[in-house]
Design a protein around this ligand. Structure first.
Ligand code: NZQ
Ligand code: ZN
Length: 389
């Protein structure tokens, strides 16, 4: 096990009805004026907006509203939000939504506490040294942003999706009521299941010393999520399955499943190039195509690891390591397909002549390679994209 620092400062309020405590929770921190961000309307349709506003009003919290965050949130929206947050001198930012809303709030929080262009954070031209606090009411179990140190944003002018990590990106609190996810449709639910699994598998497939405990935490999480995902395809209002997936969302990306291991999210780098270029692609759906394609390419560089994954997560009984490794990847691909996820890039309706562009975006114009069991340079990345077209 390698040395590590584990830092998970987010206070989690988990369970039924917890969203109605949001006003009291914020009051407890002493904040009197906040910015509320939400998405394109799901919280109004479900009645959650009214519940949140009632709770905030009852606690005497003044609210500055900024609705309309798009999936794959945009830097243009953040710039407007930063301006408003500064003008109104809000003390904290409350996200009510999924990963897109939370990430938009993280960028707003960092931007509002500095004079930097928020796009300079993911492009490493500026470092975050201060940020307003962010809290969230989670409505979709997927990105893990509620406990992660990451924030991902899209710049449509450049067709680029970029993220950065910072402890300033950690939410102060996360309110997680699994019932709030009952209204998430099958497709987004499946995207969430894939993303949660991907956050765990990315950390599982890194170079490291033996990490038996971390391995087994990751494998258990994966097995639970696989089972819960199957249940949710049949019954979207199964509380226990929603609860399993919601808690797994947080644990899969708060670094728990990576303690003692290298931390590189290789397939995410490929996916961010994909959904950065094609804004209509949901992050989890992109991962559902790319993860098996990446696995088929890299498994030969660490056959024992892929064989362990196959046997422990997918209950493959094949004795030969290489055959087992391949079977594990195929079981994963079949599972994603069984959730209704796309299987090939062409399923997204994109043309096959974009592979150079995607490889270029992913390598920042051939300026970098992506670390995995083998260094993935421009040619390798292009080959992986082509293999799943
Ligand atoms: O906009 P609304 O109307 O709210 O609808 C959303 C959106 O259309 C809908 N939705 C959310 N909660 C719902 C609901 N619909 C019905 N009932 C509910 N309770 O779902 C759609 C997708 O929402 P979005 O927030 O975009 O999904 P997700 O949580 O998967 O977030 C994806 C974003 O997070 C980034 C992705 O790249 C992508 O931009 N990621 C962020 C990470 C992080 N910060 O740690 C890590 C991830 O790897 C990921 O990259
Ligand atoms: Zn992800």
């Amino acid at each position: 096990m390698q040395e590590f620092i584990y830092y998970a400062p987010t206070k989690v309020y988990f369970g039924k009805g917890k969203q109605r405590e949001v006003g009291e929770i914020i009051k407890g921190y002493g904040y009197k004026k906040i910015m509320l961000q939400y998405g394109k309307g799901s919280i109004k349709k479900s009645g959650l907006y009214d519940e949140i506003m009632a709770s905030l009003t009852a606690s005497g919290i003044e609210v500055v509203e900024m609705g309309g965050v798009e999936p794959n949130p945009k830097i243009t929206f953040v710039r407007e939000a930063v301006k408003l947050a500064k003008e109104e001198k809000v003390e904290m930012i409350l996200a009510v939504g999924g990963g897109s809303v939370i990430d938009s709030c993280k960028y707003t929080a960092a931007g509002a506490a500095s004079d930097c262009n928020p796009w300079d954070f993911p492009t490493r031209k500026s470092t975050v040294t201060e940020a307003l606090p962010v809290g969230c009411v989670l409505t979709l179990a997927a990105a893990g942003s509620e406990m992660s140190s990451s924030a991902v944003i899209t710049n449509l002018e450049l067709n680029m999706k970029r993220g950065f990590n910072s402890d300033f990106n950690r939410c102060k609190f996360a309110i997680c009521n699994p019932e709030l996810t009952y209204t998430v449709d099958k497709y987004q639910t499946a995207c969430g299941v894939v993303d949660i699994m991907a956050h765990t598998m990315e950390r599982y497939f890194t170079v490291c010393d033996p990490t038996d405990l971390t391995d087994r935490i990751a494998e258990s999480l994966l097995k639970s999520v696989v089972d819960a995902g199957k249940v949710l395809m049949e019954n979207p209002c199964d509380y226990e399955a929603r609860a399993t997936v919601m808690w797994a969302s947080s644990l899969s990306h708060n670094d728990l499943t990576g303690c003692g291991r290298e931390n590189a999210l290789a397939v995410h780098q490929l996916e961010h190039a994909l959904s950065g270029e094609f804004d209509h692609i949901a992050h989890g759906a992109g991962l559902a195509v790319l993860f098996p394609a990446w696995g088929r390419y890299v498994y030969r560089y660490n056959i024992p690891r892929f064989a362990q994954f196959a046997r422990r997560v997918w209950e493959v009984t094949e004795a030969d390591d290489e055959k087992a490794a391949v079977l594990g990847i195929e079981r994963m691909a079949e599972y994603f397909a069984s959730l209704g996820m796309p299987v090939r890039l062409r399923d997204f309706g994109i043309e096959g002549d974009c592979m150079d562009k995607l490889a270029d975006l992913c390598t920042f114009g051939k300026q970098r390679s992506v670390k995995s069991y083998v260094d993935m340079d421009y040619d390798v990345i292009k080959a992986i994209f082509e293999s799943c077209y």
